[in-house]
Ligand binder design. Structure first.
Ligand code: DP6
Length: 352
């Protein structure tokens, strides 16, 4: 598939316009957990954009006579009430930025390459794709296209702003990254070659929808006894990770990434309305990863999102060995595994 970054059909006079984007999900290495209005992070976060876990989004605009927002939303060709409501609210909130929204009847179709509720944040890839599609309708100066797409993706779902870029992206101000910003993510360019092809085996232990949404989790950071220390820790880890990504030191990488994953879950377990998203199988897997690493010296580490599933990160050269380890040691605790890796970022797949 050809990679087209800048799509624009503004001057085409047609009754119906279609635009399609494929946007990948991402896995956070430094976690965004805690936000303030409007969708601004309490600490910088840094993620790796995936390759095979993505949302395909098709936006169709049909000319109509009467002004006003009109939306048909289909997920996997079927209506989806909950997400439809979220998208409609998003479009309402942003119609001033995209005035054409009221001139057309809108249809949005999305499909995910990964199973629903697999613990991969589908809102990140979906809002990433939607922001890119909306931006493509506008005649935007190419230089700022991605930055603005990231800005609008953030307003849909915070972590979505990082999915606009391939490889590694940083969202939120950090003193060591001059171009960093709370309103949009920026790509990280200084990455050691061993990490540019980093692999992510997504170990699914439970694929049921989680009981507490990320939005509720973020809200529980308000007034959390450990909030200020956590934000400080994320800042410190972020600064260290810049260096580690540059130099490719996997031991240091492991240290930061695993601390971040456990800190995220520690925040959930210690909030006023405490809750647990890890399952017994999650802990079993983490323990096995640590033990196997100790025994063999294999370079691999774990991270987690706000869910029970484990992301196993490792350099590409260990693919066969890691697959063997998963088969032998972990498969009894798993529903499925998705073998993913660092990707190149979103692509525009149709524009007419
Ligand atoms: C644990 O981006 O899903 O995955 O902004 O409310 O949509 P909203 O939250 P969301 O939170 C992601 C939380 C996380 C960590 C991360 O991706 O940085």
């Amino acid at each position: 598939m050809k990679q087209v970054i800048f799509c624009n059909f503004q001057n085409k006079k047609r009754m119906e316009k279609k635009i399609k984007w494929r946007c990948p999900a991402n896995i956070a290495l430094i976690k965004y957990w805690g936000k303030r209005p409007v969708q601004l992070p309490c600490n910088p976060s840094l993620s790796m954009t995936l390759s095979h876990s993505f949302t395909d989004l098709e936006l169709t605009l049909k000319e109509k006579k009467r002004k006003g927002l009109e939306l048909v939303y289909l997920f996997d060709n079927k209506p989806n009430k909950a997400f439809s409501k979220r998208i409609l609210t998003y479009l309402q909130d942003n119609k001033q930025a995209f005035p054409f929204l009221e001139d057309y009847a809108l249809q949005i179709n999305t499909t995910n390459s990964f199973p629903y509720a697999a613990g991969i944040a589908s809102s990140a890839s979906a809002f990433g794709a939607l922001a890119l599609a909306l931006m493509s309708v506008e005649n935007i100066n190419q230089e700022h296209f991605k930055q603005k797409a990231s800005y609008y993706a953030r307003l849909g779902s915070g972590s979505a702003c990082r999915s606009i870029y391939g490889q590694f992206a940083l969202w939120g101000q950090h003193p060591k990254a001059q171009n960093s910003n709370n309103e949009y993510a920026v790509p990280l360019h200084s990455v050691h070659k061993s990490l540019k092809t980093l692999q992510d085996a997504i170990l699914i232990v439970d694929d049921r929808p989680k009981k507490v949404s990320s939005s509720k989790g973020h809200a529980l950071m308000e007034g959390h006894d450990y909030a200020q220390s956590r934000f400080k820790q994320a800042n410190k880890h972020c600064g260290k990770l810049f260096e580690v990504l540059k130099l490719g030191n996997f031991e240091e990488f492991t240290n930061i990434v695993e601390q971040e994953a456990l800190a995220l879950h520690a925040m959930m377990m210690t909030s006023k309305k405490y809750y647990l998203l890890m399952k017994p199988a999650t802990l079993k897997i983490i323990q096995k990863i640590m033990d196997y690493r100790k025994q063999t010296g294999l370079k691999m580490c774990f991270t987690m999102d706000a869910g029970p599933n484990v992301h196993l990160l490792y350099p590409k050269e260990y693919l066969t060995e890691v697959k063997g380890f998963i088969d032998r040691e972990l498969s009894g605790s798993l529903k499925s595994t998705i073998f993913d890796e660092a990707g190149k970022g979103p692509i525009c797949t149709q524009n007419e």
